[in-house]
Each structure stands twice: as structure tokens, then as C-alpha cells.
Write a protein that binds this ligand. Structure first.
Ligand SMILES: C[S@@+](CC[C@H](N)C(=O)[O-])C[C@H]1O[C@@H](n2cnc3c(N)ncnc32)[C@H](O)[C@@H]1O
Length: 270
């Protein structure tokens, strides 16, 4: 993806995630795995159920859901990024009920699912409200719909350290990404719960899933390379990326551990 490409479009989001896929997989044990398991502990798919895992990435929530529904169930795991989906497909070997699809989930047509879950993806939709309403309509009446986002403040010290380090290397301040702005707006239990209720769900409840990242430079740098943060490195050469890494880690060195707590909002389609 070229520098300055518009990451508010579906194509812009796709480029960023295709580039991040390998490192995203390496970060999974520290971040995506615990977050995905935390969401599935809330959606609680049961044997034989049909699940739509929207924005599945490398399968962190799709895989535990597939184990829960068993061979009589089905999980459709959908992600825009072919690289991510290919990795999810590899981890799905031995779980024939887990089907992976490279597609834009905001136009995914099948419906009637018992569970629709979207972990850390909805805030990347060009229109988060309309995209989530589309997901709500993929559930059967009475079905469960869950949207997981970062708690307000989660990852912020890392984001600020990266913005500072990239700005110093580029010689100009960086803008805050649009996805971060939505997370800051919706990232508490009350705001997220009422936003999801406004998307047409009943009995909405929000669960907090605490997580703190290890203060290990390897993991903290993987957090940049294997997440949406990676987009801030676009257009930098290897030497500049090395300088960003050094500046980023230095800014984080004396701070508190990086919090990665998520909120899982669960409701029922009336
Ligand atoms: C932060 S990752 C989360 C992945 C996974 N749910 C997890 O928690 O490990 C966000 C994912 O959303 C996907 N995504 C963003 N917009 C999408 C869309 N419109 N349709 C399908 N996937 C999308 C990206 O490709 C990326 O894999």
C-alpha cells in the first residue's frame, strides 16, 4: 500500500492487514488468542450451533467457537484479508466445521446464525454503525450478537509512544487513526452497551476481559508489526523503521505495563 493511501476505505483496511498477517500470527499467543477466548467465553456457542465470526483474522475466536459447536455445528469465519484467512484455514485443519472465507463481511449474505461475533473488527468498518447493523441482521431472531472492542485507554500508551517515535522520524506530527477515535468514544461499558442497543439488540450486557501485555521489547514491537499500528510505518525504509523501534521502546521503557483490556458487548436479536 502506498504512503497516504486512504485506510478509511475497505481497500485501505485490506492492504494494512495483508501486510501485518505473519506478525499478527506471532502476536496471537500474547494478544489475539486471549482476547478471542475471552469473547467466546461470553458468546458461549453450544454444540450444533451456527456461528458467524466476522473479521476473523487468523482465527483467534473462530477456532474456540468451532471446538464448542463440534462436528454438527458450523462456523463461517470471514475476513477481508486473504493472508489472514489463509492462516486461519491452516489452524482450521482438523476442524471441518470451521469454514474460512476471504470477503467483506459488511456485504456477507448468509443469515440465520445462532451467534454472530465480531472481535476487534467493527471499528475498522468505513461506517461502524451500518456495518454492525448488517451483522445484527445476519443473526436469526433470538440469536446472540457480540461486538468486542478495546476498553478506553487500552493500548493508548503504546499508540502514543509510536505516534511520538514516527512523528520524530518523519519530521511531522501523525494524525490519530479514525478507528482509535471510535474506540475512545465507545470504550466504556455504558457507552458500548447503549450503542449496541441502538443497533437493534435486546438484553445487552457488557463484560470486561482484563489483559496486560508483558513488558518484553519483543512483544511490544510485535504489537506494532502485528496490528493496525503497522500502518504508521508505511513508506518508511528499514533504517527509519529501526529508528522508530528504538524511539518507541525508549518511550515505553519507564512506563506502566501496556493494558490490553477488551469489552465484549452481547445482545439478542429480537
Ligand atoms: C484487529 S484484527 C482482529 C482479528 C481477529 N478478530 C482477532 O481478534 O484476532 C481486525 C481484522 O478485521 C478485518 N476486517 C476489517 N474490516 C473488515 C471487513 N469489512 N470485512 C471483513 N474483515 C474486515 C481485518 O482484515 C483484520 O483481520
Amino acid at each position: 500500500m502506498s504512503e497516504g493511501a486512504d485506510r478509511s476505505t475497505v481497500a485501505g483496511v485490506l492492504g494494512a492487514w495483508d501486510e501485518a498477517a505473519e506478525d499478527f500470527g506471532r502476536l496471537a499467543e500474547h494478544l489475539w488468542g486471549p482476547v478471542g477466548a475471552g469473547t467466546v467465553a461470553v458468546t458461549r456457542p453450544t454444540e450444533g450451533e451456527r456461528v458467524l465470526d466476522a473479521c476473523c483474522g487468523t482465527g483467534a475466536s473462530a477456532e474456540p467457537a468451532a471446538r464448542a459447536v463440534g462436528a454438527r455445528g458450523l462456523v463461517d469465519a470471514v475476513d477481508l484479508s486473504e493472508s489472514m484467512v489463509a492462516m486461519a484455514a491452516r489452524s482450521a485443519a482438523g476442524l471441518p466445521q470451521l469454514r474460512t472465507h476471504a470477503a467483506d463481511v459488511t456485504s456477507w449474505q448468509p443469515d440465520g446464525y445462532d451467534v454472530v461475533q465480531c472481535v476487534l473488527g467493527a471499528f475498522f468498518f468505513p461506517d461502524m454503525d451500518a456495518g454492525t447493523e448488517w451483522l445484527v441482521r445476519r443473526a436469526r431472531p433470538g440469536g446472540r450478537v457480540a461486538v468486542t472492542i478495546w476498553e478506553r485507554g487500552a493500548l493508548v500508551p503504546a499508540g502514543e509512544a509510536l505516534v511520538g517515535a514516527v512523528g520524530a522520524v518523519r519530521g511531522q506530527p501523525m494524525e490519530t487513526p479514525r478507528a482509535s477515535t471510535r474506540v475512545q468514544e465507545l470504550g466504556d461499558r455504558v457507552a458500548l452497551g447503549s450503542w449496541l442497543a441502538d443497533r437493534g439488540l435486546a438484553d445487552v450486557d457488557v463484560t470486561t476481559v482484563p489483559l496486560v501485555l508483558p513488558m518484553d521489547p519483543h512483544v511490544l514491537w510485535l504489537l506494532v508489526l502485528g496490528s493496525g499500528f503497522r500502518g504508521m510505518l508505511t513508506g518508511l525504509d528499514d533504517e527509519q523503521v529501526g529508528a522508530v523501534r528504538a524511539g518507541y521502546l525508549e518511550r515505553l521503557a519507564d512506563g506502566a505495563p501496556v493494558d490490553a483490556t477488551t469489552l465484549v458487548a452481547l445482545g439478542r436479536r429480537p
